[in-house]
Design a protein around this ligand. Sequence first.
Ligand code: ZN
Length: 350
Amino acid sequence: MTAHSHRATASYIPWEKDSVLGVVPGRRWSEGPAYKGGVTRPRVRWSQAPRGARFPKAGSSGTKFTSFCLLALRLEWRPCTMRVFSSLSLPPVHPVWKGPASVPGGTRQSPINIRWRDSVYDPQLQPLGVSYNAEACLYVWNTGYLFQVEFDDSTEGSGISGGPLENHYRLKQFHFHWGAVNEWGSEHTVDDRVYPAELHLVHWNAVKYQNYTDAVTGADGLAVVGVFLKLGARHEELQELVAVLPDIKHKDARAALGPFQPSCLLPACQDYWTYPGSLTTPPLSESVTWIIHKKPIEVAQDQLAAFRSLLFSVPGEEEKMMVNNYRPLQPLMNRKVRSSFQATHEGARL
Ligand SMILES: [Zn+2]
């Protein structure tokens, strides 16, 4: 790549190489077959140089790009993407990842790629018991990294039990992770398939711990239910939430919401995978029992577009689009993924 051509392939994305954070599009480009199944590996080029940016001279392969304060990536392979996201602005490293980005000696980090064939059917795994109180919904807010819906967790009224869980876990909040485009965005993947977005419902073990903060770092402290979002029919219940997103466009903004019934965001099929993992944002605590639904829910293009209309930035700051707020895949290491269902050949059709 030269300064004159302003062209780059995915492997030149500056902070991808130097950072374990991967808060960038294309985190899986270097991980082999992530885009198998008909998705073409996108070509990316610099569409414009941010003010003050320095391009490396040809041959200076060791030049670090970390001096970039802003990058505009132009995604070339589909016109509709161009209309919506002609100029994606991302910081080199999102502030949420300015702290420790890995756990020294960590052995059970998330997210992971779930391999259908390697997961082990466990007939002891019962369907997850879900009982959420819509009235416990408090508000939705822009955390500066994603948007999150908070719940009153002062009573046992709203939560999950059963399935792989020994105790009842109270619902604390739910949030989403998503991509700049439909070709990526989920944190977990299934047989290398990436979904455009992923919902996380975060619960804590109120039997073992006094409060959420204690549970975050404690053994069996958290249980997170993950649901993939795929492009399809409009999700009417989600629309209730999407409708308030314009009110929380900037970082730290919040808006009242509720009552809202989060179980409407779960797929009808109760099949799931479960594995021991971690939070996917700092402090990355290895306290999470993950419960990942096999079936995705469907959302419409304009609903995903509403997610992407949010900003990482505060008012008055240069606008930074809230996209690609996921952590890259982590090694499975010495873990088994269990399934509540028997594997069939249907994996490829999900
Ligand atoms: Zn999450």
